[in-house]
Write a new protein. Structure first.
Length: 254
């Protein structure tokens, strides 16, 4: 039942997005057995994340006093308390730009489309990912096209939630600038974006000043079989919010 709901949700969102002009080709038919859906988000565990995240179960009748509960009926709701930058989450320009787009205003067409996977697993732990390493990886992937979503696989997703995750490589600002100049519209990473210990947020500015959102703590690369996939990453539309966890879905079609 859950899988059917997920398929319906993904198909519905794909249909919505593809009505926004003739930006992309026809969406894949996920009812076919030749289509593979890959979840690229980490599961969140209340009370066990590195940042604040708790859920408080309440009965539906506590929220709505007019609820008529049937005998022995399971009917619940939750209050949620969390930091918006947690787990697999997206950051949009409002994160560091007072007048930047928030989650409610950021264009949907920039949150989905064709994505290319850059294999950066040969980068050394704790080192800066250089322009040369990005160029080599992009060349092996067939190049980066204007309007691509760039998925960066450092191999550290498997260490998420452990101290070893802190040893992931990070991006040099020159590498980020190179990707921006190539015309990518969104970036997703499973490693560090900034130089460890830096509070200048140079790479954040290079991306978000150019209207390019970043998804941090992505996973699922081990389940991808293709260098290019269709990607969908839709956060909830909240006015005045700069970031939120989200479900990132990649689709491969034979």
């Amino acid at each position: 039942m859950y899988r059917r709901f997920t398929n319906f949700y993904v198909y519905f969102m794909i249909g919505v997005v593809f009505t926004i002009g003739n930006v992309y080709a026809q969406p894949p038919d996920i009812s076919k057995n030749t289509v593979k859906i890959i979840d690229m988000s980490h599961v969140l565990y209340p009370g066990k994340e590195s940042r604040k995240f708790t859920i408080d179960m309440v009965g539906a009748d506590e929220v709505n006093p007019n609820v008529i509960r049937l005998k022995n009926q399971w009917y619940i709701m939750h209050n949620i308390n969390l930091v918006s930058h947690i787990g697999t989450h997206i950051e949009v320009p409002y994160h560091i730009l007072r007048d930047g787009d928030d989650l409610a205003r950021f264009p949907l067409e920039n949150l989905c489309g064709e994505a290319v996977v850059l294999d950066l697993r040969e980068c050394s732990p704790g080192s800066a990912i250089t322009v040369k390493q990005i160029e080599i990886s992009a060349q092996k992937a067939g190049g980066i096209k204007r309007g691509d979503i760039v998925l960066c696989n450092s191999g550290y997703a498997r260490h998420y939630g452990t101290t070893e995750y802190n040893q992931a490589p990070y991006f040099s600002n020159e590498a980020i600038e190179w990707l921006v100049n190539k015309g990518m519209k969104m970036m997703a990473i499973d490693s560090k974006l900034e130089v460890p210990g830096s509070e200048e947020h140079e790479n954040h500015h290079t991306l978000l000043d150019n209207g390019i959102p970043v998804i941090e703590n992505i996973t699922g690369f081990d389940r991808l079989t293709r260098i290019r996939v269709q990607l969908y990453a839709f956060p909830i539309a909240v006015k005045g919010l700069e970031s939120f966890p989200l479900r990132v879905v990649a689709i491969e079609e034979d």
